[in-house]
Design a protein around this ligand. Sequence first.
Ligand code: HEC
Length: 124
Amino acid sequence: MSKSHAKAAVALSAALLLAMPANVAASRSNRALPPSPQRGLAFVQQHCASCHGVTANSRSPNPESPPFEDVANKPGLTVVTLRQFLSDSHNYPAAMNFTVDHARIRDIAAYMLTLRKPNYRPQP
Ligand code: HEC
């Protein structure tokens, strides 16, 4: 191999190495994305709003389902306890008989936490 060929080969393999992490990240797709309250809101409006009030100051269509604002403002609730609840489908009441995938749960929890307020009082 001539000197210039060797140089080109080194440059090429360096370029391949640099290109690799980007490919790996792309193949992990959604999971690598940070949680998004916007995606969470879009999802709960589609899948939860038939029972729960999902936005601030909204009442639940199904009176047995607490508005998400009440849920989000429960004392002691954190992103961890909320994700835990949403992950464990056995905790769901029978009426909520479905599972939600992990990336969605992070979005939903991120959205619900935007409803937290200091001095929140549940609606009468
Ligand atoms: C078919 C009606 C229905 C749908 C749809 C529904 N829920 Fe519920 N959900 C309920 C009911 C009823 C309760 C209250 C159960 C209880 O208090 O035992 C509840 C409770 C909850 C709680 C717990 C509240 C607490 O007090 O800790 C959370 C969190 C929750 N739902 C999230 C969701 C999410 C997120 C979705 C959409 C992905 C959803 N729910 C869709 C009926 C529903």
